[in-house]
Design a protein around this ligand. Sequence first.
Ligand SMILES: CC(=O)SCCNC(=O)CCNC(=O)[C@H](O)C(C)(C)COP(=O)(O)OP(=O)(O)OC[C@H]1O[C@@H](n2cnc3c(N)ncnc32)[C@H](O)[C@@H]1OP(=O)(O)O
Ligand SMILES: N[C@@H](CCO)C(=O)O
Length: 401
Amino acid sequence: MDWQTPEDTVPSRIVTDAEVRSLLGRPPATGAWRDGDPVANRRFADLGPLDLEFGGHLPHVRLAYETWGELSPSRDNAVLITHALTGDSHARGDAGPGQPTAGWWDQIVGPGLAVDTDRWFVVVPNMLGGCQGSTGPASFAPDGREWGARFPSVSVRDQVTAQALLADSFGVDRWAAVIGGSMGGMHALEWAVGLPERLDRVAILASPPVTTADQIALNSVQLEAIRMDPAWHGGSYYDAADGGGPHRGLALARRMALLQYRSSTELNDRFGRRWQSDIDPLADSGRFAISSYLDFHGNKFTRRFDANSYITLVDAMNSHDIGRGRGSVEEALSRVTARTLVVGIDSDRLFPLDGQRRIAAGITTNIDGDDAAVIVSDFGHDGFLIEFDAVSDHLARIFAS
Ligand SMILES: CC(=O)SCCNC(=O)CCNC(=O)[C@H](O)C(C)(C)COP(=O)(O)OP(=O)(O)OC[C@H]1O[C@@H](n2cnc3c(N)ncnc32)[C@H](O)[C@@H]1OP(=O)(O)O
Ligand SMILES: N[C@@H](CCO)C(=O)O
């Protein structure tokens, strides 16, 4: 089978349960597009073929995206927000009638908020390789079946290339700002280094200049947890009789990840040594509350995310090295011309402050001189999704610059 067939034999914009059922005789993969999705604001951009950094080729790329605000006639007020590893385009929850789904930055993006949608035209795409409407392993290969584990390796740079094609589709030559946290901050940094002529400002939150050995190690055990699940089937699980996915492995990977997303201080203060039955009288006795919390998030995650997509995105995150092919990290950072904000969280054990400090020190247009701004918080890495006031204050400073 030639997976590089240049023509789609199946339109990659097949999106509804009904279309998938009629094609494959079963529902779509977890996280893939579904009928009745409440995100009325979501749109799709078909961006054509894409040659990938590590040699792969996608015959057709589609990005799902949402927008808020109005694009000015001169197209000079567009702001790109890039999401974290398991995020999506839904930064705001009030995009249309019948919108029950909360957005992940409701308190930051909106009329009169730090990213003021009365002033800015805000674009939030789902990243390439994701499973919330953009082309990824749960999308269709040219043979009319999901790519699955056959999906080619994508890098953070490929994901930015796809975002640049999306910008072209809007006629936006230059973003007023590119803003991202965590993996989204990797994208924001790549924009600033790789396409400096295409943005005025950049905000990088809780992100590193390279994914380190320590971080790759933590990622590798998560991926192994998925692959050792008997329901993994080498990634070809969509048609499997035993439940349609390595849910136990994926839930375990999410538990492991969550330990890096939150700080030990928060977990100790919040859960202590309490039993879950102390909190919920109906719960089984003999289980610690912290175990229950991890189980809850692990299991919840499997209901919204495709395991193949998780692997693809973690691999993309592992590819992140702002200095690759550019001499060094510092040489790469010296290319940045956008006004820059770099923010770290003091309790972040996933992407610790030294990474943000290295980024800040290497960028001459950093608004805080040679240092990063620091949010003091016990929430750890996830602080960029929780400390709304502090994040808003810092974003206000970059917009005022
Ligand atoms: C840009 C992006 O990254 S987008 C992706 C962001 N979203 C995610 O990452 C999804 C996973 N969610 C999270 O990581 C977090 O909820 C955050 C970071 C978004 C917000 O953090 P917090 O507000 O501190 O939420 P927290 O981690 O306490 O989770 C609350 C949930 O845990 C449940 N919970 C809390 N304690 C327990 C316990 N002992 N046992 C079982 N469940 C528990 C709550 O009932 C609540 O459930 P709900 O989600 O159905 O409302
Ligand atoms: N909670 C975030 C953490 C990674 O930045 C996510 O899952 O995307």
